[in-house]
Ligand binder design. Structure first.
Ligand SMILES: Cc1cc2nc3c(=O)[nH]c(=O)nc-3n(C[C@H](O)[C@H](O)[C@H](O)COP(=O)(O)O)c2cc1C
Length: 214
């Protein structure tokens, strides 16, 4: 296995340019710009990101989620308030988010506190989802043990029937969370390993930027 892994190429494709000197003062603007470039370049699922959390046992955990929105407040994702991640965030409301866009050799890391965005935001997000996603959330048992896959089939059919009967129904546990960035790092890969790293850190009077050694 080791030789197989060792011989796999990395960054052997044309990669986009990144000029940190021309980066905007606010990392949210750069994140939005990179997201737009990723979408335009046809990057596969550029809004899929890894959320890392650590609960009371201090053992880091992570999983992939979809970025739902981005604004001056921060980054939004949706999940269930009864899930494992929600329990971890309840005990320790600090998290990190990571994006990796292999087609562009780009990585973004975001760290900061997380809080629920509020019931109205969650309800709006829920109602905008397709029926199958709403049915999956309505079950409200994310991360608990599934003893028999037939129970899932049954619960999905039941949830779908409830939503068809009441299209305005909102799942009790569906929650949009907001991560407020305290630090954001942009990383541009380079074939010659002159990778470019730019870190933004929030200070009392705005954002401070630093280049980092690769
Ligand atoms: C591409 C992708 C997108 C996903 N999007 C979400 C999402 O937006 N919300 C969510 O709760 N889980 C999403 N999941 C499932 C999570 O990775 C995870 O399995 C689930 O949230 C349970 O995590 P937990 O047990 O740590 O709470 C997604 C998985 C993948 C692979």
């Amino acid at each position: 296995m080791r030789d197989l892994l060792r011989n796999l190429p990395v960054f052997d494709r044309p990669l986009p340019a990144f000029d940190p000197g021309a980066a905007p003062p606010d990392p949210i603007d750069l994140l939005e710009g990179w997201l737009r470039e990723a979408i335009a370049a046809g990057v596969s699922e550029p809004h899929a990101m890894t959320l890392a959390t650590a609960g009371p046992e201090r053992l880091p955990d992570l999983r992939v989620l979809i970025l739902k929105d981005l604004d001056a407040e921060g980054l939004y994702f949706a999940s269930e308030s009864i899930s494992a991640k929600a329990g971890q965030l309840g005990a320790n409301p600090q998290a990190a988010l990571g994006f990796y866009w292999r087609e562009q050799g780009r990585q973004i890391r975001v760290r900061g506190p997380v809080q629920p965005a509020g019931p109205e935001v969650s309800a709006q997000d829920f109602l905008a989802r397709p029926l199958s996603s709403r049915a999956a959330s309505l079950i409200g048992r994310q991360s608990s043990v599934l003893h028999d896959p037939a129970d899932l089939t049954e619960a999905l059919a039941e949830a779908q029937a409830r939503l068809e009967a009441d299209p305005h129904l909102v799942a009790e546990h569906h929650t949009v969370y907001l991560l407020k960035p305290m630090s954001v790092e942009f990383w541009q890969g380079d074939a010659q390993r002159r990778h470019i790293r730019l870190r933004y850190r929030r200070t009392e009077d705005g954002w401070r930027t630093e280049r980092l050694w690769p």
